[in-house]
Design a protein around this ligand. Structure first.
Ligand code: HEM
Length: 436
């Protein structure tokens, strides 16, 4: 018998609260994914986890939660753990439940972010061939021009929402240009991209339904473009992906498509969050903003510290493929392991005074881009965009002030702002784009 959706949801909520209570009684700390406070500022919870229960059994997530730097590193580097959710116990049951409610597409295949070797190795290798650091470096002048265009609009407005007016359009425009999406289609492309990214760890059905629809629309839109690039390659990333397909190794049609989706989902909101979280951290630490303005040679280091301090991606996960013991805990085959990258980044065993933002800090070996075989493929692009965006913002406006309460988004994995209201301006008159 099928229960009505509302009843199913009520049962789920009650069960969730029960599990949370059990978890708290067991370890003195509960890992509550739905707590708003946690989404806004997870760091006090992370500290409790690191200190009291660093390998925490989450009843709610049916997973082990790792919060110390050394442990996160050990799990991520161990090739015997899987990134493929299909290895999770109860995966089929959960998948069928989502399919029944129309929340996932039965034909949807995982991208290589969620595959293991040898498939992961093959796909990542092909995409890495197309998405080279050289291709990224060549983008520098284009990224600078896009940033300057957006800054001119910010200046004309004076009162802005940095997220809507700057941090969202920048990465979407860059990836659209990189892929070779025609300028007249960028608005539609951006909507699809936003819907897909929003679904990453969404807990509301309407978000998942919208994402499913956008995925289908995007595929229908991309199919003729991919076909066209196969016939007449250009100097863009879609052509490079298609050529990689034809160079012997081959990406299938489905793989080309799922790779493009992966680049959108993995690359856009994350970079938006780097810019939003990064600027907010600087505004809340005016001495650091002042230093950032005074010492442009610190730009690269500052971006690394901002990535460490408030990571755009707070967690990733792996699945145990066998029973094993870890520091006295028995981790069972099929159980999930949540790696709290944001907690590892604030581990005092590695970073002295970890809750302090210090853009001059040395040896910032953060985990914000992950570690091991799934290390972020887009890290060079994300760094370049973050560096250009924050440097040019600081150089253009000598007045950047909060003009209201920042509003945090709903995701807990993708940690970032929905709104960052600012007043921006400058006292000296230098045309945007005329700086060195
Ligand atoms: C500040 C921005 C970004 C952050 C914080 C970030 C973070 C991450 C993290 C933590 C992972 C590893 C996940 C895991 O191990 O399970 C990852 C993987 C990945 N990222 Fe990023 N990312 C960013 C930007 C980008 C951009 C701009 C792109 C491309 C346009 C991108 C493409 C990818 C891809 C393709 C993977 C999968 C790599 C693999 O599975 O081998 N990312 N990213």
């Amino acid at each position: 018998m099928r229960l009505p959706n509302w009843l199913e949801r009520t049962i789920e909520r009650t069960a969730y609260r029960g599990l949370l209570l059990w978890e708290r009684l067991e370890s003195g700390v509960a890992f509550d994914l739905l707590d708003r406070q946690y989404r806004t500022n997870p760091y006090p919870l992370y500290r409790r986890l690191r200190e009291r229960d660093p390998i925490h059994r989450s009843r709610v997530a049916d997973a082990w939660v790792f919060s110390r730097y050394a442990d996160v590193s050990t799990i991520l580097r161990d090739p015997s753990h899987s990134a493929d959710d299909r290895n999770r116990r109860r995966y089929e049951q959960e998948r069928r439940r989502l399919e029944r409610r129309g929340l996932v597409d039965p034909d949807q295949r995982p991208s290589f972010l969620r595959l293991d070797p040898p498939d992961h190795t093959r796909l990542r290798g092909l995409v890495a061939k197309a998405f080279t650091p050289r291709r990224v470096q060549e983008l520098r002048p284009r990224i600078e021009a896009i940033v300057d265009g957006l800054l001119t609009e910010l200046e004309a407005k004076g009162s802005v929402d940095l997220i809507h007016d700057f941090a969202v359009p920048l990465p979407v425009t860059v990836i659209a240009e990189l892929l070779g999406i025609p300028p007249e289609d960028r608005a539609r492309f951006r909507k699809w991209s936003d819907d897909l990214a929003g679904s990453l760890d969404a807990n509301r059905p309407e978000i998942l339904i919208r994402a499913r629809q956008s995925r289908q629309e995007l595929r229908a839109y991309l199919e003729p473009i991919v076909e066209d690039r196969r016939r007449a390659p250009r100097d863009d990333l879609i052509s490079a992906l298609v050529q990689a397909e034809e160079a012997g190794d081959r990406l299938t049609r489905d793989e080309v498509f799922s790779t493009i989706i992966l680049l959108l989902v993995a690359g856009n909101e994350t970079t938006t969050n780097l810019i939003g979280n990064g600027l907010l951290a600087l505004l809340r630490n005016p001495d650091q903003l002042e230093r950032f303005r005074r010492e442009p040679e610190l730009t690269e280091n500052a971006v690394e510290e901002l990535l460490r301090y408030d990571s755009p991606v707070q967690a990733t996960s792996r699945i145990a493929l066998r029973d094993f013991e870890f520091q006295g805990r028995l981790i069972r085959k099929g159980q999930g392991m949540v790696l709290l990258l944001g907690a590892a980044n604030r581990d005092p065993a590695v970073f002295p005074d970890p809750d302090r933002l210090d853009i001059g800090r040395s040896e910032i070996r953060h985990f914000s881009f992950g570690q091991g075989i799934h290390y972020c493929l887009g890290a060079p692009l994300a760094r370049l965009e973050g560096q250009i965006a924050l440097r040019r913002l600081a150089d253009t406006f000598d007045r950047i002030e909060l003009a209201g309460e920042p509003e945090w988004g709903e995701n807990f994995i993708l940690h970032g702002l929905k709104r960052l209201p600012l007043r921006v301006g400058r006292t000296s008159r230098v045309a945007v784009g005329a700086r060195g």
